[in-house]
Design a protein. Structure first.
Length: 134
């Protein structure tokens, strides 16, 4: 059995904190983790999350665990965009793609399959060629 997987086709829901942290590392973000890490916002307003990116400004990007065990992104995007080079749409697109990519790779390995090849297309989509172990 072999097959292709194209990441753009997934709608990403962030559930796994370890995979989230791996995705942020691969995207070269500095972050803190804990059960109640402050997320700084407008006029020193503070929320709390479990994973918080230091944007290098007074404004952070945080991830808060919700009751359904998914993570919600919490940020003062006006402040983040006004004081850093991070843009909400591109940040979320990159993070979702990297998170989905790592999640699929993990599931492939857990199912005992092998990733034969991996391509990044000009569009930014990622394709994996997956096959069974023999």
């Amino acid at each position: 059995m072999s097959g292709y997987y194209r990441e753009r086709q997934l709608q990403t829901v962030i559930r796994d904190r370890v995979v989230l942290e791996d995705a942020l590392r691969q995207l070269h973000y500095r972050f803190q983790t804990g059960e109640r890490v402050p997320i700084r916002g407008y006029q020193d307003n503070t929320e709390y999350g479990q994973v918080v990116i230091d944007t290098g400004s007074r404004y952070d990007i945080g991830f808060q665990r919700q009751a359904d065990q998914t993570f919600n992104v919490c940020a003062d995007w006006w402040g983040v965009e006004g004081n850093t080079s991070i843009r909400q749409e591109s940040f979320l697109a990159q993070l979702n793609q990297r998170y989905a990519h790592l999640t699929v790779k993990r599931q492939v390995v857990e199912q005992g399959l092998i990733i034969e090849e991996e391509w990044v297309l000009p569009s930014g989509e990622i394709e994996l060629l997956v096959c069974e172990r023999f």
